[in-house]
Design a protein around this ligand. Structure first.
Ligand code: AMP
Length: 442
């Protein structure tokens, strides 16, 4: 037997419905923020990532899937989405579009050679949003709001937005020098990974996961304390807009993120949910004002984010939303040859109205058909025989209450819809009264 490659996963039919739900929420939220989908290739010239993501990042140094194709081109399976989007913007001259900013999102697999564990795979999926062409802090706030709204639409609770600013490239470089000066004499007191990082990418030392309490890092100068006036004003405005949109955040002065290209605002979204285990970070992003230019495009500031989709689905498991209700709404039992075509007609009508409907199709005896309805989790079972066909009625049985009623066949759809409406609203305190059902959500 040939097994799947380490760090990859099959999304089997039992799971794919949850993915489709997630993708639907992403598409809906993207539409209301007016972000349009962009689909870029899954592999690109290796140079794109070396120059785009950064030579000294963990991703490029240790995690990319690089290969030479038969024409001896050096190619890389995309480890993230932003570099490809930027390449497409430059190559297709999308920056010349008069309706700036460009607002794009993408959904798809990414590849990183990492140690697989819960919530960390070698082929995983990201949903990312990018706004390109605007320098304004409004855009940072808009992009953060877009990311947060996605989590709200998924009804994920306990999400923390962590926020920091690295300042523009000049501030970042100035700060980098100061940090190097501070760390140089004490570097031996850092973990071995950070000692290596210190030489290659000193900012990354700040968000070391192992050494969080180390006084060397606690007392290290932070980028936020080194911002010049313009950069500090940009950050203050981002926070002001987030306040105006009632988006809660905490400023985390040690947040730097793993990719080299960030400038100004960086952010991370974290959920404290048991199903996530150690991988609490759902996503993150930031402003990247110089990336387009560094990839031979024009000066074109941008800001974006990416979520790990496996992480979002894992997070949903904790709030019990992970269990997608794929149960059949209505199972139709037809008794005898006269009832069968009538049943098929009824089923078609219910399905056109959006209900999930199924029937026997195996000529099971009546008892077996009830058993099948139960196996499929049918909320209602509709029974019709010759008598019902003659009188234009159906028998409807509610599986939860056991109540059985005879109603006109023509009313069946409305009867079911009303019953579902009544069953559906159970206040969990998260709808802030906007459900309009007169419950006491507030
Ligand atoms: P990054 O592109 O590194 O900023 O990652 C953004 C998000 O993608 C992370 O917060 C994770 O949710 C997710 N992610 C990154 N690497 C992996 C991986 N190897 N497996 C699963 N999800 C990942």
């Amino acid at each position: 037997m040939i097994a799947k490659v380490k760090g990859t996963q099959d999304i089997l039919p039992a799971e794919s419905g949850r993915w489709q739900d997630l993708e639907r929420v992403i598409a809906n939220v993207s539409a209301i923020y007016n972000f349009k989908e962009i689909r870029t290739p899954m592999f690109e010239a290796s140079e794109l990532y070396h120059r785009g993501v950064g030579e000294t990042t963990d991703i490029v140094k240790k995690e990319t899937y690089d290969f030479a194709d038969r024409g001896e081109r050096m190619l890389t399976l995309r480890p993230e989405g932003t570099a490809g989007v930027v390449r497409a913007v430059i190559e297709n001259k999308l920056y010349a579009d008069p309706s700036l900013p460009l607002k794009y999102y993408y959904v798809g697999p990414m590849f990183r050679y990492e140690r697989p564990q819960k919530g960390r795979q070698r082929q995983f999926h990201q949903f990312g949003g990018e706004a390109l062409g605007s320098l304004l802090p409004e855009t940072d706030a808009e992009v953060i709001a877009y990311a947060v709204t996605t989590l709200r639409a998924l009804r994920l609770p306990n999400v923390k937005v962590k926020l920091n600013s690295l300042g523009a490239t000049a501030s970042k470089l100035q700060y980098r020098d100061r940090l190097i000066g501070y760390l140089e004499p004490v570097v031996a007191g850092l973990c071995p990974d950070c000692q290596a990082r210190f030489r290659e990418n000193p900012l990354r030392v700040l968000d070391c996961k192992f050494d969080r309490e180390n006084p060397i890092l606690v007392n290290a100068p932070k980028p936020l304390d080194d911002l010049n006036e313009a950069d500090a004003l940009h950050f203050a405005k981002v926070k002001g807009y987030l306040d105006a949109m009632h988006i809660d955040y905490v400023v985390d002065k040690s947040l730097v993120r793993g990719l080299d290209y960030y400038t100004h605002t960086v952010f991370e979204l974290e959920a404290d949910l048991p199903s996530l285990g150690a991988q609490a970070t759902l996503g993150g992003g930031g402003r990247y004002n110089d990336l387009v230019e560094s990839l031979d495009g024009p000066a074109f500031p941008a800001v974006g984010f990416a979520f790990g989709m496996e992480r979002l689905l894992l997070a949903l498991e904790s709030v019990d939303q992970g269990k997608r209700d794929e149960s059949v709404h209505c199972f139709v039992i037809a008794l005898g040859d006269v009832a069968k075509p009538k049943a098929m007609e009824l089923m078609t009508g219910l399905r056109h109205g959006g209900l999930i409907v199924d029937a026997d199709f195996m000529d099971r005896p009546l008892k077996g058909q009830f058993k099948q309805a139960e196996r499929l989790g049918a909320a209602f079972t509709v029974i019709l025989g010759e008598t019902e066909v003659a009188s234009g009625t159906v028998n409807v049985k509610n599986a939860a209450t056991g109540v059985q009623e005879t109603i006109p066949a023509a009313n069946l759809y409305h009867y079911l819809i009303e019953a579902f409406r009544a069953m559906e609203h159970h206040c969990d305190g998260s709808c802030d009264g906007s459900c309009g059902d007169g419950c006491d959500c507030q």
